[in-house]
Each structure stands twice: as C-alpha cells, then as structure tokens.
Design a protein around this ligand. Sequence first.
Ligand code: PMV
Length: 353
Amino acid sequence: MSTYQATVSAPVNIACIKYWGKRDTKLILPTNSSLSVTLDQDHLRSTTSARCDPGFEKDALWLNGKEDEIKPGGRLATCITEMKKLRKEYEDQNPNEPKISGYSVRIASENNFPTAAGLASSASGFAALVYALATLYKLPSSPSQLSLIARQGSGSACRSLFGGFVAWEMGTSVTGTDSFAVQVAPAEHWSDMHALICVVSDAKKGTSSTSGMQRTVETSELLQWRIKEVVPKRMKEMQKAILDKDFDTFATITMRDSNQFHAVALDTDPPIFYMNDTSRAIVAMVTELNRVSVENGGGLKAAYTYDAGPNAVIYAREKDMKEIVNMVCHYFPLLASTQPYEDRFKLFSAGEK
Ligand code: PMV
C-alpha cells in the first residue's frame, strides 16, 4: 500500500481593484473583475500538505492544527471533489498512472499570520489547498485552470495562483468557465514595488466577506454604479499603469478603489464598517505625505488600501519605503511599541509564485 504526499506554499494577495459582490454564490462568480498584487512568500503564506492513501476512511482537513469540518457541498468539499475529478480525467488519459483519484485525502494547512483578520488568509489558504492537490495528483493544469477551482473556495484565492500582478476576469458565462485569473505582469517587471502591512488589529473581522457581500449585493445602489460604470474603466487603466510602471496612476486608482469599496460597505443596509480610527489616521498620513511630495514637484509616494478589516497595506516604491516606515513609527508609536516590530509591520516585495 502506498501513500502519496505533496507540500506547497501559497502567498496572500492584496487587491488594488477590489472584488466585492457575487452574481452566483455557489460558483463564486463576481459582479466585477478585480486586480491584485501577490506578495512574496517569506512572510504571509499558507503552507499545505496533502496526502492520499487507500487506508484513509474519509477526507479530513486540519487548519493550524485544529480539525475543520468538511461540510458536504461546502467550499472545501467542492475544491476537493473538483480536484479529484481532474485527477480521474488524467488517469483515464494516462492508463499507466496509479489510480488514486478514488482515495480519501488528508490535508494539513498552516498560516504563518492571523487567520480571518482581513489579511487575505482565505486567498492563500484555498490557493495552497488546490495547488497541493494538483501537485499530489501530478496534474498538468495551468495556474489559470487551477484558479477556476480555487475561485470556488474563496473568490480572491484564484489570484494567489500567480505571482506578481494578477487580474481576475469576471467572465460572462453562467457556468463560470471564463471567470479565472491571469497574470498581468510578473513580479520582476516592477521589482521596486513594495508593500508595507500595518497590522492595526489581528482580531477576527466582525462581518465575514461572504455575508457582507451578500448584504451589499442585496441593498447597495452604489454597488450597481461601481460595477457598471467604474470598475471596467479602472481595470483597463490599471493594467496599463502596471505595464508602464506608472506609479502615480497605480496609486491613484488603488486609493480611490479602496475608498469606493469602503463606501459601498457603508452604503450597505445595515452598514458595514471595516476601517477604524487608526485606519483613517493612516489614510490622512499617506494623503499628507503625497500632498507635500506633489507640492514639491514630485509624484505620489504611497498608496493605501484596506480589505475587509482595519489593517492598512501601503504600496510604495522601495526608495520611499524607509521614509514611510519612519513616518508610521513616528505618528503611530503605539502601533510600533505594543508588539514586536516584526509582528506589526511587514515589508514585502511583489512575490513570485
Ligand atoms: O475572497 P474573499 O471572499 O475573502 O473576499 C475578498 C474581498 C476583499 O479582500 C475585500 C477584496 C479582494 O478583492 O480581495
């Protein structure tokens, strides 16, 4: 009897154009396209091992050492079933390969950062899960093909199958076959692009993205404007800005899109607040830094963005990062002193997968 095993890691990604809203909640088809930067593997990542063995009685999964229930028909079950289907197809096409698609799997996943605190843990988690099974099953699938399955675990996970700058094209089909991630540019294309994560709070978020999105889709009129009139244009402008390494445009769209996402959350009934006073103070600091730079004849230096939580991500070029870190430490000494420095501020370059 043989056991098959694979271990992989996947990093988090932070969106510059936010995904918020599903048009199909089961297949996880979004109401708009989105675009993100995948961070490097060193700090925020999920490491996942997958095993299959004829002796395992059922599929099982441990997250950070604790067993998680795989609910029938739920997202974990969907991803595992879809990956087993791909393996079965592969076995049918390659009769000499071992028939392991029918075996149960055991999966163990660890995040090296707080789970569900608005630090994109579901993105790296589901990307690592799908990638671990693809490696275990020796599948020849491309990252875009795997992103179709990771998407059904957590929408944003489809973007973590690639490094660098990544777009998730929303697609138009009802079956979801054209809703997948593509790489806009690899990390080395714009290697001085860095991200600073300011961990304002590592508490679990109050409103999950699933229930928040549903409420927004049901109640926000602003969302309808955003998905029709705003995002399609921004997707084009942002891809051009990345290809041109145009930081001013990149920063402007990133900040405006974060603001609009949080405005849409506020336009939801009842309203959702993800940012807190510290988050807003960081917005004011970045705004002032940029204002002074532009007034002195320079361009924008930094771009803030916030996901479904209060933690700030600041994109900036490497040459400006020291000044930004010093500024954050100066204006937010509590942030800098209540926890070891490494736990509060995390500095990344755009990562390779
Ligand atoms: O993939 P989810 O369900 O965790 O939703 C992610 C939503 C945001 O992080 C707020 C935006 C995004 O595009 O990542």
